[in-house]
Design a binder for this molecule. Structure first.
Ligand code: EPZ
Length: 417
């Protein structure tokens, strides 16, 4: 298994390009299932999760091709098997996003239950409840969701919890339903808006994406379209936090500050000078970071996907910070690894108290999930001596060429095969 070897102490300086958003690309690729005409996508990030989803779609009969600019074309004209097998779904939970589109386009679907992951149990009961409200017959047998619906009917669906992929699944299914669907307590994440924009380009009638009430008036068929995936706001935040932790000065291209306002506010609280630019965002530090409290919550509040990265920053900040994780029940595993590097962290329930220390010491640590891995890389960049991060396949799922991009900014980092 690959590892990353990081020699700490270098300030990050210079410019990198931010890739397309993983959490927009995944639902948008599934949206291709809704049309018999090709969907062309630009700015798709080259990630493990993207290739996993391409295998899954290919197995259903979706024709996949790359154009000369590495744009992706997905043609679901000959969709022949609405089936998502366990061996693929277990490696990527977001595969659940094929359920709504398959049900809407084919009238049936057999999708493996995603199962939990390191950060939590990750149930999909709200996806199922919403589709049942739209008239789907759904049973769970031998670990598979078996769903059938002659034609889904528009319905009013109130989601008990704000669920990003739940909102996306229902929004996609509703595009081809008979009548109008209203999703209340919908997720407001920018990736939901990007998906809605792609669906509208395909001919869907959607109002209210980005608010907590989304109304979709079903149509008989969707056409093909061309869509450019939005920038990855979590990759953006990760590089900003890494630059802040190393006292550096960076410019990130092909992204935008308005996608992560809550994170920018917290970084400014930590003492970062942040400038929003035409097609990017710049950050510079005048001195060591100050400790910053945070509480994760659905968008537009502070994103749970940035909590682990910010904890690494708080480990080397001046003062004491309280971090509260309200979305997932087990998203502090990076804390145990950060302690191996000398961090002073006390966990109680969903709250972590982080006392800044003057210096972390390099050590060998183990990545447990995608964003925890990023947190350990950030800590390794500032720790004294060498840090080895193991199990970095987690990292490869969500960050495109992270060590190349960090090395471009002056980090002393390399992959050991
Ligand atoms: C999406 O996951 C993201 N993944 C996650 O990013 C992100 O952490 C999460 O949203 C929260 O922002 C993708 O978009 C592919 P949820 P999702 O449904 O949709 C509970 C990353 O690092 N819930 O919004 O699976 C759930 O347990 C990943 O890129 C139910 O109880 O998350 C959680 O406590 C990690 N029943 C809360 O809702 C359901 O049916 C929010 O989960 C669905 C969710």
């Amino acid at each position: 298994m690959d590892k990353l070897l990081i020699q700490g102490g270098a300030r990050l300086e210079g410019e990198v390009r931010i890739s397309g958003a993983k959490n927009a690309a995944l639902p948008i690729m599934c949206a291709a299932l809704l049309s018999a005409e090709p969907l062309r996508l630009a700015n798709v990030p080259h990630l493990r999760d993207v290739t996993t989803l391409l295998s899954l779609l290919g197995g259903m009969g979706v024709a996949v091709s790359l154009d000369e600019k590495l744009g992706l074309e997905l043609d679901a004209g000959n969709l022949h098997s609405p089936f998502a097998p366990y061996d693929l779904v277990k490696t990527m939970r977001a595969s659940i996003l094929v359920l709504g589109p398959l049900l809407a386009r084919c009238g049936e679907a057999r999708v493996s239950l995603p199962g939990g992951c390191a950060i939590g149990q990750r149930p999909v009961d709200l996806h199922i409840k919403g589709l049942q409200a739209m008239g789907a017959e759904i049973n769970v047998e031998h670990g598979y969701i078996i769903a059938r619906a002659k034609r889904l009917k528009g319905a009013r669906v109130f989601s008990d919890l704000v669920t990003v992929t739940g909102t996306e699944n229902l929004m996609m299914a509703a595009c081809l339903a008979d009548g109008t669907t209203l999703i209340e307590n919908a997720a407001r994440e920018p990736e939901v808006v990007d998906l809605a924009n792609c669906l509208k380009a395909m001919g869907a009638n959607i109002e209210g994406a980005g608010s907590d009430k989304i109304s979709i008036e079903g149509v008989n068929a969707l056409a093909g379209a061309t869509h450019r995936i939005m920038p990855d706001r979590i990759e953006t935040g990760t590089f900003l936090v890494a630059a802040a932790a190393t006292g550096g000065s960076v410019r990130l291209r092909n992204t935008s500050a308005h996608l992560l306002a809550a994170v920018v506010d917290k970084l400014r609280e930590a003492g970062a000078n942040i400038t929003a630019e035409e097609d990017g965002i710049a950050l510079a530090m005048d001195g060591p970071p100050l400790s910053v409290n945070l509480r994760t919550a659905p968008y537009p509040a502070f994103p749970t996907d940035m909590q682990a990265q910010f904890m690494a920053l708080d480990c080397v900040a001046r003062g004491t910070a309280v971090l509260t994780e309200t979305i997932f029940e087990n998203r502090f595993m990076h804390a145990l690894e950060l302690q191996r590097l000398g961090a002073d962290i006390e966990i109680s329930g969903n709250t972590a108290v982080v006392k800044g220390v003057p210096q972390l010491e390099g050590a060998t640590v183990m990545a447990t999930d995608l964003r925890a891995s990023a947190s350990l890389v950030i800590a390794g960049l500032v720790a004294k001596g060498d840090t080895v991060v193991e199990r970095i396949y987690h990292l490869d799922r969500g960050y495109e060429c992270i060590e190349e991009k960090l090395a471009q900014l002056g980090a002393r980092i390399k992959r050991i095969h």
